[in-house]
Design a protein around this ligand. Structure first.
Ligand code: NAD
Length: 290
């Protein structure tokens, strides 16, 4: 299948490479010459302009930084330029309202578009083990599914347009709050004189158990290997956690949802980023909480 891939950064670079490995013909566009060169090394056909990438494509896949860029890119370069029967798949993490608006504008011109944000970081993008949460029609999901399957271990239909983004920000709001709560539990355990490995052994088998503890423990040397064991390098950058929490706060304000724990998590990640830790893993917030 001829696929246009837009946005070949940390995530998109590996995703495009996996589509090439699956036998697709990839026409890649990115504003960054370095990203394009790397994509070409991975078997993509680098395109000097966006229209060259989307012309003749059966599918357009994008992995861009934010909603403003996605909105502009689709309105300027995709809608009215890609073939009318191309499936449009935006995998970027953006706000629900923009996802719905762009999909609606695409539908007005006869296109089928889905939002398909991901869970999983750069390693999962490289390894083809992302989880995709897809928002769009049943037809859109059926058409996007084979493309997304080549880049992920799970592709789940979340509901109509914007539902993928909704699922993503709700999940990451829960993750942000649960990471902070897990850090706090270890901090208090230490103050109370508990051995942290012993506390882990108890809590990981008791009702406090959660993913931030048992799969991504913020304490070095405790639990399975995690960014904490590498001085909080790699993993999921705190700046991206803050981005997702801001999207969740905007969605909560739009809908009137009461999210006090999410609000506090957003405040604490704002402070963590202001302290200059935005590029470190989000579990590193334990250092600031201490
Ligand atoms: P990135 O900054 O590494 O890559 C984005 C790419 O888009 C860059 O190469 C940039 O040059 C390109 N770009 C920007 N504007 C463009 C335009 N107008 N036209 C063409 N290309 C353009 O970011 P990333 O880490 O790959 O993240 C991409 C998306 O994935 C974001 O929405 C992010 O929130 C989401 N995400 C990231 C992670 C992660 O761990 N990095 C995890 C889950 C989701």
């Amino acid at each position: 299948m001829k696929i246009a891939f837009i946005g070949l950064g940390n995530m998109g670079g590996g995703m495009a490479a996996n589509l090439v490995k699956a036998g697709h013909e990839l026409r890649a566009f990115d504003l960054s010459p370095a990203a394009l060169t790397k994509a070409a090394e991975n078997g993509c056909i680098a395109q000097p302009d966006p229209q060259g990438a989307v012309r003749g494509a059966c599918a357009v896949v994008s992995m861009l930084p934010n909603g403003v860029i996605v909105d502009d890119f689709y309105h300027t370069h995709v809608i009215g330029h890609a073939p009318g029967d191309a499936i449009l798949i935006d995998c970027s993490t953006i706000d629900v309202a923009t996802a719905r608006r762009v999909a609606g504008d695409a539908a007005d011109k006869g296109y089928i578009m889905v939002d398909a944000p991901v869970s999983g970081g750069i390693a999962a993008a490289d390894g083809g083990t992302l989880t995709f949460m897809v928002g769009g029609s049943a037809d859109g999901f059926a058409r996007a599914q084979p493309v997304l399957s080549a880049m992920g271990k799970a592709v789940i239909h979340a509901g109509g347009a914007g539902a993928g983004q909704a699922a993503k920000i709700c999940n990451n709001m829960l993750l942000g709050a649960s990471m902070i709560a897990t850090c706090e539990a270890f901090i208090l355990a230490e103050k109370l004189g508990l051995d942290l490995q012993t506390f882990y052994d108890i809590s990981s088998k008791a009702s406090g158990q959660n993913w931030s503890m048992t799969s991504y423990c913020p304490v070095p040397g405790v639990g399975p290997q995690s960014p904490a064991d590498n001085d909080y390098q790699g993993g999921f950058a705190a700046a991206l956690m803050l981005k997702d929490l801001r999207l969740a706060m905007a969605a909560a304000a739009d809908t009137g949802a009461n999210v006090p724990m999410g609000t506090r998590a957003a405040e604490l990640y704002e402070a963590f980023n202001i302290s200059g830790q935005g590029s470190t893993d989000f579990s590193g917030i334990i250092k600031n909480l201490k």
